[in-house]
Design a protein around this ligand. Sequence first.
Ligand code: HDE
Length: 756
Amino acid sequence: ERTAGAMPFNENKAGEHGLANGHAPQAGAHVELTDDTAGASTLSETISSLKVGESQPMLGRNANSPSLDAVRVDASGQTLTTNQGVLVADNQNSLKAGLRGATLMEDFILREKLTHFDHERIPERVVHARGSAAHGYFECIESLADITRAELFAEPGKRTPVFVRFSTVAGERGSADTVRDTRGFATKFYTDDGNWDLVGNNIPVFFIQDAMKFPDLVHAVKPEPHHGMPQASSAHDTFWDFISLMPESIHHTLWVMSDRGIPRSYRTMQGFGVHTFRFVNARNESVFVKFHWLPAAGTHSLVWDEAAKIAGADPDFHRRDLWESIESGLFPEYELAIQVFTEEEADQFSFDVLDATKIVPEELVPLRVVGRMVLNRNPDNFFAETEQVAFCTAHVVPGIEFTNDPLLQGRIHSYIDTQISRLGGANFHEIPINASLTEVHNNQRDGMHRKAIHRGRAAYEPNSLAGGCPFQAGPAGFVSFPQPVFEDKVRGKPEKFADHYSQAQLFWRSQSLIEKNHIIAAFRFELSRVTVGAVRRRMVSVLANVDAELAQAVATGLGFSDMPAPQPRALAREVKSEVDASPALSLFARPGEMGAAGRRVAVLIADGLDLKALLSVKQAFNDAGIIPRWVGARLGKVTSTDGQQVEVETTLEAMPSVLWDATVVLAPHPQVSSSGGMGQFAEFLRDQYRHCKPILLVDWAPVQMADLGIMTTLPNGEEDPGLFLAAGADALPMPEFVEALARHRHFERESDPPKV
Ligand code: HDE
């Protein structure tokens, strides 16, 4: 029975059951968050590893754009309102005809809340749906005024705000980060002359040559339409059916089957503009240009078994890595390099520079580093910024122009078009993350969600009623390069486009043995998932045109009893590349200048750990910018040999082996086994070993490792350069271990199939 004034069921919700005085909910109380580590008495307070990735991005003025600052909202200390600004008294209960009665139509507060919720989702991007982004700046380090009038390249030291979004191509918005795929690398430069979007990828060539084929490609790689599978994977029939019938795609396919398709981090992959673009200077002279992003952290990748396991252990692996490195102050950095050549030079190349399935080898036209980009701030809100950002290849500024690349020409249309449906109308440029820093003045008006309030009555040009404003800029504005055009209207391709193999061969020849083995294994995996035998054979017949050994190895891997004949080529004559091999195409060509900084190391602890060793490890890692965490079998505390307690920060279960770049085991074998987690410890170490990561074991005997199946020597009898055994805290080989970590992986121990 209800009695006025009786205690409500839930003390925190006084209005529940309508028992509060006169049905009036109490005024909300502001609750201060407490830090639950305050007052902690264990040693972890002083020796906890570097904590990164708190939920709130770093504060500070938005370095990018005042338009973002103007719309940043912070509800701290504020009272709840409706969208009309009316204070909400009760956010727990709908308005009812009596406590057990029906909800009233009149409840505009409930209806507003539900209606807004019902419309929270927008269509995801048709490709590149899964992505993560960051703010930062681009800094010019060499004036390019002689070749382009683009003002962001005008003088050394000039900084331009940027917003960069990285993505996978095929997966849906909630798919895993580490799947095998090309990665998007899209940069919006908020220049003083308007926005320039460089919408690139981490692979310098594309699958197809003509925009006409893009919907076919995407339909082939996306989940098959009848059952909606597989998610975020190219390992299925329709993809390989299409690819094996489209030999122009083989060059890109080799890249994505290489370890470039499974990067370690967005910080460790290159970016490419892919197409040939045009620079135009103030004298209206033009050169061709290709854009390259070179990561300061070097180019590093995962191994396939690891990537597949990470997809389960932490589908947000790359998103988290980007977020946490920015929060911890280890800002991702890239150099911008360009390749510049004239139209006359391009005409002499063995390939067509308008063909996006071809690179310009660095050995033919060297890279020139002209700027650097630093990503130093996480977005405040994923939806408002990362989801709503609209990259369009049509967004160019004076001095940067398109070429006739038929893929690029199609993109100029496609991106704006897709934003109109994705972002709900033609005014997406007004969404703060998309707004240019320069003022926008034109006679475009109205449409869904128009934000600008235009004054005056003349929305046409020419006009006299508004004094002719806004008036056209003439030569100060965007003037298209006057390229002569004098040919027949035609559907077709130039002859050089028909050479599908010479650059695929160049790529293959330029790979190290390790990389070649990984490519073979990737083809084997993907094609093993293909259920139609004829598609598998057709694909091998394409590979036979690239390299006989490659084709044979894949055929053997697929259990073929005979080799299919090479697929007939579109171009009968052999094309000789300008260079025999391009060392720059190897992933190992650019280890980066940051050493091991930013790598994550699991420090496995259990009772009986040596505290002195732990402190030395921590010091060495701090000095090298390496991020350690104390990992145990269970959360709680472990006791060191001298009776001190150390708090376990995460567990073998919560953060399994694949999430770490290396491991240090600080407790001796018997303690590790008795900590109750030996099964997980063994699995953890085996995966570290199998994925070729550095391992340091303190106070372990080789025989104890052998029990886990871990060899201390390589198959050829030499010492494993990534495996360290140390006797006690005074003998820790920290410089050597850090060096081994900087080498990233020790593929010398790899075997196919794996021994461990
Ligand atoms: Fe895209 N692409 N693309 N693409 N693309 C999109 O635009 C398209 C191509 C790339 O983080 C879409 O806003 C066509 C090459 C990136 O928001 C869409 C063709 C390259 C991103 C679209 C291509 C790219 C996209 C989907 C062939 C590397 C993500 C949603 C003519 C140079 C940008 C959207 C972001 C996104 C169309 C080919 C890179 C549908 C028609 C080549 C990085 O407009």
